[in-house]
Design a protein around this ligand. Structure first.
Ligand SMILES: O=C(O)C[C@H]1NC(=O)NC1=O
Length: 242
């Protein structure tokens, strides 16, 4: 299968790291096509960045979605998720939603450890949007800038571990969700150090996508995920593929 992996920020270094994490867990028959928007923030660390990144995701789905069997949006805010689900019939998985589901299979409660504290509210909004209020017991910022994780984040692992330990104790949770696609390379190390399940949304999203494709399941075109209505998009090429 062909999996379109979209890094919604414009860091090519981070895109490469995310792609490596995806390819490390993908089945041999899964080809990962990694991409990022041609415009937008180098890192996504707030509402303004998310708004622009969502348009970037829409751009990438318009350009590459037609050939994809599944799409993964590899930013913890899941920017542009609903728009992408309108724009392709392929399953579209956001890494936050995937990580929440995976954690809920493994513990009665989980904690999220993310980057800038100011982005915690974005994760809180997703917890409520996806219906995980009873399972997510806390969301904790480390104030690690996203681009500090560009090189895989080895220099940040101790800080993330300490935040995760505090979260497990304070929240009485049983699992940790990594709140940034840039943390993917740290997942195995953190899980070994903490002795609890640590979920990287990139890997979880790839496996959920493969599972849905294997089941022959695609996004519903009935109702609000139907294709966008035909219209002029000023300053933006007409959507391709429908
Ligand atoms: O929301 C965050 O803090 C992390 C989010 N930002 C980004 O550029 N990639 C991410 O996964």
């Amino acid at each position: 299968m062909n999996l379109l992996l979209i890094n919604p920020n414009t860091s090519e270094v981070m895109t490469a790291g995310i792609a490596a994490a995806a390819r490390a867990v993908a089945f041999p028959g899964t080809t990962v096509h990694a991409t990022q928007p041609t415009f937008g923030p180098r890192s996504i660390e707030g509402h303004y960045d998310e708004a622009i990144a969502a348009a970037g995701v829409a751009e990438q789905v318009r350009l590459h979605g037609a050939g994809a069997d599944a799409v993964v949006i590899a930013c913890f805010g899941d920017p542009g998720l609903d728009a992408a689900r309108e724009a392709t019939s392929a399953p579209v998985i956001g890494i936050a939603e995937a990580a929440f589901h995976a954690a809920s299979f493994l513990a009665t409660g989980f904690s999220v450890v993310t980057t800038m504290t100011r982005t915690c509210v974005i994760a809180e909004h997703l917890v409520h949007r996806y219906g995980f209020e009873r399972r997510c017991r806390g969301i904790h910022g480390t104030d690690i800038p996203v681009l500090a994780l560009e090189d895989g984040g080895a220099g940040c692992v101790d800080q993330i571990e300490a935040a995760a330990r505090e979260a497990l104790a304070r929240d009485r949770s049983g699992a940790i969700v990594l709140g940034c696609a840039g943390m993917a390379a740290l997942c195995a190390t953190l899980s070994a150090r903490l002795g609890v399940p640590v979920i990287d949304g990139v890997a979880a999203a790839v496996k959920f996508a493969e599972g849905l494709v294997a089941l022959g399941l695609r996004t519903s075109a009935h109702g609000d995920y139907a294709r966008p209505l035909p219209k002029v998009y000023d300053g933006w090429a007409a959507p391709l593929g429908w």
